[in-house]
Design a protein around this ligand. Structure first.
Ligand code: DON
Length: 564
């Protein structure tokens, strides 16, 4: 059965008995494929990635094709006007990472979002053209293709050209999102854009301008976006709106290969994104802080489980705010921050009988330290290569600036830099000097594309959108599978919680069992359920013991798995 997406139940023979007697239970599996799979935010994009692999392409070819397809099918976050990160693991076990994060424009200044009194001007780093960072996605895709691609680029982009011309059917969720952001589209562009029209579920949206941009990229390559006609269109529109990105910014942009963060957790190897994303370091800090505890003795999502994880998160996010930023600009003590001895010291004041107050926690001290709305897709190919990609415009539809002649949205990634020390960004994250604004600096990210291997073999590929909640969403899914033996689908569907040092509260999804609140409150934890309808949207693949692949497509979105 190919590309038919089903959730189905497989009664499992009862294999494991952790306690004396357990009733046989039915496990809920996601879509299962024999050898290759894509899980992404839209079925059309997953299908395009799979078709490329059916034509003999590898996971990297599929990565390029899926990414471009998401620009058409999921303009909410799929992009060529934003940036992202890829973590990969080849079938021979070698791994690596690509950083195609946006950069601050050359004309950016540290006080560009402050008024004359030094206060942050509300919304300036979020809505409109001043929020835009120099996009990295096209450079990233060409870099991937150059290093690992096996099919011609034209072949990878053509399905998205066809889709943009033919049009994409609007889902219920997409119709709601478009309606919700209409007013902001108008404000950011100072006029009506075509997506402002009322779109209802089942309508078909065609993207002729985007199709033309893709054709030019197909014909002229990467330089089309950074120095060609698309660059002209982009800069002309940005400057018309009063923005500061120039042709020089575009011409200077480069994607960079990075060493991923790799660490072991309970006999598993976790490979995740390195700075300028905080994802890998934070997830390493959290998992290594809780590793000494017998996690399985705490019931999943029980007060004790939440408490332990929250305390590890509190300390990790405090370090994030102080130490992390663009590694090309700041010296990050990665080894110290993720060392067992440092993390043992950090957790030393954790006390089961009382919540630690975030006000009493600051960043840890490192000896020898010298100075100073997103989408994820997971791919495994039939050769055993794995690719984990998170890409974003930052907020929903980014800055809402829509380059109509080019057919695409621009990011508002500048908000991920720290507009002013101590003032939270749109995700409530505090930044310091390490993430202060500077020309050409990459903004600190929380994106956490991750790969897990066990006994030298590929086990899981996962990641999530969700701003600051990405790290904790990915982390909970790793625990769901490794500690609680969930299927991939069960894992991504489970309700989640989130803590990030400041604000000093724990956020819970509405589906979370509210029975845990009273015991946590008693220990001094503050509960916030007001502003978190969903936490993360995880798209993941699990390699089953027999080698088949199980997709976990997050039911919080329109996300779907496809494969063969
Ligand atoms: O890089 C980051 O951490 C953010 N720009 C990600 C934004 C995001 O996940 C929005 N999605 N809900």
């Amino acid at each position: 059965m190919k590309k038919i997406i089903l959730l189905f139940f497989i009664p499992l023979l009862f294999i494991q008995c952790k306690q004396e007697i357990e009733q046989p239970k039915e496990k809920e599996y996601g879509f299962i494929a024999d050898s290759a799979m894509v899980v992404s935010a839209r079925i059309e994009a997953s299908n395009i990635g799979v078709e490329i692999m059916e034509q003999g392409g590898n996971a990297f070819d599929a990565m390029v094709a899926t990414s471009l397809a998401l620009v058409v099918t999921y303009p909410f976050a799929g992009n060529i006007g934003g940036g992202g990160f890829m973590v990969y693991r080849l079938n021979d076990g070698t791994s690596g990472a690509l950083d195609y994060r946006e950069k601050a424009p050359l004309a950016a200044t540290q006080d560009m979002y402050l008024d004359e009194n030094g206060n942050v001007i509300e919304g300036k780093s979020i809505l409109g053209v001043m929020a835009v960072g120099t996009p990295g996605t096209i450079a990233g895709l060409f870099e991937v293709h150059k290093k690992f691609g096996t099919l011609p680029f034209e072949k990878l982009i053509q399905p998205s050209i066809d889709l943009a011309e033919k049009g994409v059917v609007v889902t219920e969720k997409q119709a709601k999102r478009l309606a919700k952001y209409r007013v902001l589209f108008e404000e950011a562009n100072k006029r009506i854009i075509f997506l402002d029209t009322t779109w209802n579920a089942s309508d078909t949206i065609k993207y002729p301008a985007l199709a033309n941009t893709f054709k030019r990229i197909r014909d002229h390559g990467e330089k089309e976006f950074y120095t060609g006609k698309t660059a002209d269109i982009l800069v002309e529109y940005i400057q018309q709106l009063g923005g500061i990105i120039t042709k020089e910014d575009l011409a200077k942009y480069e994607a960079k290969w990075r060493n991923p963060i790799s660490f072991s957790y309970d006999g598993n190897k976790i490979i995740s994104m390195s700075p300028p994303s905080s994802g890998g370091i934070c997830i390493a800090q959290i998992l290594k802080s809780i590793e000494p505890y017998e996690i399985q003795q705490y019931k999943h999502n029980s007060p004790k489980y939440i408490q332990l994880i929250t305390e590890a998160e509190r300390r990790a996010y405090a370090d994030r705010a102080h130490y992390l930023g663009d590694p090309d600009f700041v010296n990050i003590p990665v080894d110290s921050l993720t060392s067992n001895s440092y993390l043992t010291t950090r957790m030393a004041d954790f006390n089961w009988s009382k919540a630690t107050a975030s006000s009493s926690i600051s960043h840890g001290s490192i000896t020898g330290y010298e100075s100073n709305e997103t989408t994820h897709y997971s791919i495994i190919d039939k050769f055993g290569n794995a690719v984990s990609v998170t890409t974003t415009l930052n907020g929903a539809y980014g800055s809402k600036v829509y380059v109509e002649k080019g057919g695409f949205f621009l990011n508002n990634e500048m908000d991920d830099l720290s507009a002013k020390p101590g003032v939270p960004n749109m995700f409530g994250l505090i930044g310091a000097e390490a993430n202060a604004i500077a020309p050409e600096k990459r903004m600190l990210s929380s994106m956490t594309p991750t790969i897990v291997e066990k006994n030298g073999k590929l086990k899981m590929v996962l990641g999530s959108p969700g701003g600051s909640t990405i790290i904790t969403s990915v982390m909970q899914n790793i625990l769901n599978v490794l500690e609680y033996d969930m299927t991939m689908q069960e894992s991504v569907s489970k309700p989640r919680f989130h803590h990030q040092w400041l604000p000093d509260d724990i956020k819970f999804e509405p589906a979370f069992d509210t029975l845990v609140f009273a015991p946590l409150k008693k220990l001094g934890y503050k509960i916030d359920q007001s502003n978190s309808p969903v936490i993360g949207k995880v798209d993941a693949i699990l390699v089953l013991p027999d080698g088949r692949l199980e997709g976990g497509a997050d039911p919080r979105g329109d996300d779907k798995a496809a494969g063969f």
